[in-house]
Design a protein around this ligand. Structure first.
Ligand code: ADP
Length: 504
């Protein structure tokens, strides 16, 4: 049965079934058989190709050489590729050329020698090879550019294969593989457990096998410690981890930078805390300075009254009342200041700014800053503002006190402070302007007056304007110094209206 099947199978049928182009050539170099793929490839019909000298199927400049090769081959026929790695070219019927790889197989029928030539299109293979080369080259370049080392841990043999870059980091110059034990030995002892935990999580078949971990590696040759970031994936076979393939990158510089930044941040924080502490102390001093001076003055008056030959209990009473009032105010101020600094929720209320201004004028007077004539220009029936009344009063007192101190310092004879309270239509806010008749400020001083601790006064603390600005802003307004050529200093501040009252 089998035999009869093979008997029926013609050589031509077999030939045509082959996937490669095939030509059977006799010992005179003439084509005696060709399969369908060969006909298609070379562009001949069966009738045209049979009997052709094989050299007719190659470009002219190859032909002479080929006669010689054919003779050599017939003396020592063997199965081998043709051309010994040279590029071979076939000539098609239409004159076009085709790069091919050709394999030769001698067939001996007893009385005659044939050669079977099998042709593959070389272009296709070459293109694939080239593409592979290009992509390998790209990968290599990318790896190099990213400074990546590659490693492949074979679980079964407990061995790690690694590339040059990895070996460089681990200080192993030549070995292409390393035992897992040796690999781990170079890892910083403090980082081993964390690394192991990450890998174990990835080894769990329920995970997606991916892992990423940073650790330190100490090069045993130079003792240099480097930070390495590794990213990899576990490969499983039948639910068991068999390979761990990963890349490693030296991130030492990045880690050092992070460390420096962290240190700088900590330093800045410490400096900031120090500043806050000293500003707090200065703000407290600012609040206590004046009342303490007043209490001391009242006490002296009281002592004087007691020691005086004409003892007058009224004088004593007046001095003690003054001292008590100052002490109480100092306590209250301190309390408010601390509340503000603790940034508790700001208690706001609606109030009449003109009324608070009058209170501030009285306080300034009571504090010994009453030696000026106030020139008031108050908008009648101004809508109520919204803010913390105590804080707004403090802003006004601070500005008035500064104005008086400036005028006193300059020895201005008829000192006046003009105070305007009006609605600023443009921004729909209450707008207060305080202009004194002192010496004003030069440009350099003007630039710095809102800085904490900036003062030009011998006993100044330099916190009054810094606090006043912070208070204005926390009340939703702005405080600024007007830069102008007018005599004296002009300060402005704004406050929001209690919206509902204004809108109605
Ligand atoms: P201090 O009053 O303790 O100096 P301030 O913050 O209140 O602190 O003021 C800072 C500086 O601003 C003052 O030392 C002074 O040089 C300047 N200054 C403030 N107000 C006036 C003003 N009305 N006229 C001139 N200079 C002023």
């Amino acid at each position: 049965m089998k035999d009869s099947l093979l008997t029926n199978l013609s050589v031509q049928t077999l030939f045509d079934a082959a996937a490669d182009a095939m030509l059977l050539v006799d010992n005179t170099g003439h084509v005696v058989q060709a399969n369908a793929v060969a006909l298609e490839l070379l562009g001949y019909t069966f009738e045209q190709i049979i009997g052709l000298e094989i050299e007719a199927l190659m470009p002219k400049n190859y032909r002479n050489q080929h006669h010689h090769h054919r003779n050599t081959y017939s003396k020592n026929p063997e199965k081998r590729p043709m051309g010994k790695g040279r590029d071979l070219v076939a000539l098609r019927k239409d004159g076009s050329e085709l790069a091919v790889d050709i394999s030769l197989s001698p067939i001996n029928t007893g009385d005659q020698q044939f050669v079977l030539a099998t042709l593959h299109i070389a272009d296709k293979r070459r293109k694939v090879e080239e593409a592979l080369k290009i992509s390998e080259e790209r990968l290599r370049l990318a790896k190099e550019a990213a400074g990546l080392g590659v490693f492949d841990f074979d679980y079964r043999h407990n061995i790690i294969h690694w590339d040059e870059r990895m070996r460089d980091i681990w200080g192993e110059e030549s070995e292409e593989s390393v035992s897992y034990k040796k690999f781990v030995a170079a890892i910083h002892p403090e980082d081993r457990a964390a690394r192991q935990a990450v890998i174990e999580r990835a080894i769990d078949p329920a995970s997606n096998g991916e892992y990423s971990v940073d650790y330190r590696v100490k090069n045993p040759n130079d003792g240099v410690e480097r930070w390495i970031a590794t990213v990899g994936r576990i490969h499983f076979t039948n639910g068991h981890a068999t390979r761990l393939l990963g890349v490693a990158r030296d991130i030492t510089d990045q880690k050092m930078l992070e460390k420096t930044l962290q240190e700088q941040r900590a330093e800045m924080e410490a400096l900031f805390k120090q500043q806050v502490a000293s500003q707090t102390v200065s703000a407290i001093a600012h609040e206590l300075n004046q009342p303490l001076a007043a209490i001391s003055a009242y006490s002296e008056v009281a002592l004087h009254a007691l020691n005086s030959s004409t003892f007058n209990p009224e004088n004593l009473k007046h001095a003690l009342e003054g001292a008590v009032a100052q002490a109480q105010r100092a306590g209250k101020s301190l309390h408010e200041l601390l509340a503000f600094m603790q940034k508790g929720e700001l208690v706001t209320e609606r109030f009449e700014l003109n009324h608070v201004l009058k209170e501030a004028l009285n306080i300034a007077k009571g504090d010994g800053y009453g030696d000026f004539s106030p020139l008031l220009s108050l908008e009648p029936a101004m809508p109520e503002v919204l803010g913390n009344e105590t804080q707004v009063r403090k802003i006004l007192v601070n500005l008035l006190r500064n104005a008086v101190e400036a005028m006193r310092g300059a020895g201005v004879p008829s000192s006046a402070i003009s105070i305007t309270v009006r609605t600023n239509q443009e921004i729909n806010m209450a707008h207060v302007t305080i202009q004194d008749s002192g010496p004003g400020l030069d440009a350099e001083t003007a630039k710095r007056i809102f800085e904490p601790f900036f003062t030009t006064k011998p006993t100044g603390i330099g916190m009054g304007l810094a606090i006043s600005r912070a208070l204005t802003e926390s009340n939703g307004g702005q405080l600024w110094l007007e830069q102008n050529n007018k005599p004296g200093a002009t300060f402005h501040f704004t406050l929001p209206f209690a919206t509902l009252a204004f809108a109605s």
